[in-house]
Structure formats: C-alpha cells, structure tokens
Design a protein around this ligand. Sequence first.
Ligand code: ADQ
Length: 466
Amino acid sequence: MARLVIVSNRVASPKERAAKAGGLAVALREALSQRGGLWFGWSGETEINPPDTPKVFRSGRVTYALLNLDPEDQRAHYAGYANGTLWPLCHYRLGLLTFRRADWEGYRRVNEHFARALLPLLKPDDNIWVHDYHFIPLAAELRKLGFAGRIGYFHHIPWPTPEVYLSLPSHAALVDDLSHYDLVGLQTENDVRALLTYISSEVHGWIAPGGTVGLKDRRFRVAAYPIGIDAEAFVSDARKSVGKDEERRLNESLAGRRLAVGVDRLDYSKGLPGKFAAFGELLRSYPEHRSKVTMMQVAPLSRSEVAEYQALRRELEELGGAINGEFAEFDWVPLRYLNRPFQRATLAAIYRRALVGVVTPLRDGMNLVAKEYVAAQDPEDPGVLVLSRFAGAADELKGSLLVNPYDIEGMAAAMDRALTMPLEERRQRWRTNMDNVETNTIHHWCQRFIDELTNVTDQFGPPGDQ
Ligand code: ADQ
C-alpha cells in the first residue's frame, strides 16, 4: 500500500485530544495511523529566514514534520492572500476581498518553501494529499523540483461561479496551479460545475466525461467528494450525555423551555448577524414563543488578526445585546451567546437538547455542524434542522427546512415551523437526514479520495508520462 502524506496548514499534534482537535483533524490522524504515514504542516511558529528543514518526530505509525515560516511571509500567506483574498472570493463576498501583489507573492513563497522542505521526505510511490486553499500552488512547486508522483488536492470551501472567480486578478495562474495535481476534490457537484465551466470557457481546457480535464499538456481529474462526520462517535457522545452532570445543568437552566442552537466559528461566511436578526424577528412576529424558547449561539473566536473578523464580533455583540434588551424578562434571557470552544461531548449534549438546529451560512463548502446536529438527535424525539440552501450540506440533507439566509422573515417563519412541527414529521425528516449522515461518513470520504487518487494516474498513464 502506498504511503499517505497529508499536507495541511494546521496539524493536530499527537497530544491534542480528539474532542479539541476537531472532527476533520481527528479523521486525518486516524487515516494516517491506520496506514502509517507523514503529516506535514506549519509548526505554528515564525522565524526570520527559516531553514527548509522541518522539525521531524514520530508518534506511533505517524511521522510529523513541522516547518517554521518567516513572519512577514506567514502574514502575507495566511491573513493576506489565503484569508483576505481567497476566503472572501470563494464565499462570494467580493466587497470584502482585498488583493495585494505582495500577499500573492508571499503566498507563493510559502508554497515554494513548503515544497523545498517536503521534497526530501517524499518517496516516488507516495500518495500526497494536500488540504485547502492555503496550498493550491504546492503541486506546481513540487513538480518544478522534479517530483512526478501522485498528488491530490481537496478544497474544503466553495468554488465560486466563473463570474465571481474572474474577479481574482490571479485567476488564471491559480487554476494553472491546480492542473499540476492528479486529482482535485471539491465538496459538491455545484462546485465541480463552477470550476469546469471556468476551465472550458476561460482558459480553453477540455473536459472528458468523468471529469478528466486537459489543460495545456496536463491531465487531471476534478470530482465531488462531499465530506462527512464520524457519525458513530457523535451518536455515542450524545447518548452518553444523557443523565450526566452537564446535561442536568443545561436542563435546569432551561427550566422546561425549548432550545434552538447555532454552533459556528465567528466568521462572516456563517451568516450570524442574519441568524440573530431572524431570532429577533421570530420573537417579534410570533409572540407566542416569547419566554418559551431560548436560543444558544456558540461562536468561538477565529482569525482575530483579520480586521473584518473584529468588526463582525462588535456587530454581533451589539445585535445580541439589542435582542436581549428588547425581549428579556426578569426570569428569561432569549439569547445566550458564547465565544468559546467546547469539548465534542458537551456540544453533542447541547445539540441533542435543542429542538431546532439553526445553520444559516451565506455560503459554506459543506458545514459539518449541520451533520453533527443530526447525528446527536434522539431518534424517538428528534429536533429539526433549519439549513441554508447555500451550505454544501443542503444537497444531501433533504429532510431539513431549507431557507434563504438573506430572507430574515423567511428564516423566522422556518424557526416557527420547526418549533411547532408534529412529532411524526420531525421523525420522518430526521430519518431522511440521518440516512445520509450514517452512509457518507468521514471514513468513507477519506477512503474514497485516497482510492481514487491511487488509481487516477493509471487512467492517464504513469506519472510523468503526460
Ligand atoms: P469550517 O468553516 O470550520 O470548516 P464546519 O464545517 O461547520 O466549518 O466545521 C466546524 C467544526 O468546528 C465542527 O466540527 C464543529 O463541531 C467545530 N466547532 C465549532 N464550534 C465549536 C466550539 N465552540 N467548540 C468546539 N468545536 C466547535 C471548513 C469549511 C466547511 C467544511 C469544513 C470541512 O468552511 O464548509 O464543512 O471545512 O471540510
């Protein structure tokens, strides 16, 4: 079996506990420890003119290789091009997009530095799997250094339609970078269509059935790999929470009220101001819910070094304060707003207690919270998922109440419908969603991507023969 090499910006260290590292990091670590392999990424540390030699250590069957970055390059790469340019672009927020040539150059320098440091650790038959928009040019940089083996890329966030994508000054260079991979994975068929349309209409590539793409002298495959969760672990955490101290405290604090829950990184793609406004609208237009429902929004801080995230935090504090100011009673606070991370088991208990899961991003590659909420429900008395049609998960979770996150009154109406839905309908809708969550797990996702990466080059001829 070919060795697996994973490249990602952040690496879940062997000591990081499952509950803290997040579902994706844990799944990747598991995929690596089953097969044995290498995890390569940023050390989290900066150093002026860092050498191309990572810190390498082993834990069980996994070798970790962590690289320091130059502080200015790290800023240009992470806060600059990755999160100031690509993130807003891919989430259709052109008004928030900044493009600076210095950031683009810094982004490329970090990818070159990564490639130089990774190359000596590679074997020709490795399966290299690169994660996310921080590293789109990595394959091109490895090819420049002469590496001809298999490299796959997975894009965790949406791929925008050509009209939006063309706003990126470096659009052609970035897709040229993608063409150095053997396999490019996106979250949904919509994303695949968007990328293939751009390739055929803007850069004169050709597309064969099955998603094989020809661009200049290169061949690669583009396909959808919708990511899943570790459904079993969530089901078991949620079941175990029953009767535990945290569940008891939560129930006592709610005093028999219904709970609506939102869990999102504090990020402008997640549609948090609209969600707060919709909850305010629910209380205003459906007064029968006043004092009967509590909304809990868990929103751990994220990317605080980027100005837009600081502004969003202030906006939410104001909006949340205004809702509580308008509707609170001396014995009821409508909105509980928490800016901190929780253990997975605690999240599972909160999801299970909530009659409504409110997941309303303006755009989202997939959205794992939607799937976690479904997995954590009590099958006998499940809650209802209110889900944005612009989350990748909307393609799969057909039992949800789909909403347009730009329609505040529409979201309030959906919350009302969820809060008053008969048990039989809740069960049917939940079953539809759960069938999907249980079938397409994170383990299937990992396995399918790796299998197709292993086989993809057979279809094009041996590596280097293109
Ligand atoms: P994210 O934008 O981070 O991921 P999401 O898919 O919802 O969004 O994943 C967030 C994860 O963080 C979930 O597993 C959730 O449980 C966890 N989390 C959130 N708040 C937490 C808290 N307070 N405490 C602990 N854990 C918390 C990106 C893309 C998504 C895509 C994923 C995976 O933006 O669209 O689904 O990658 O591909």
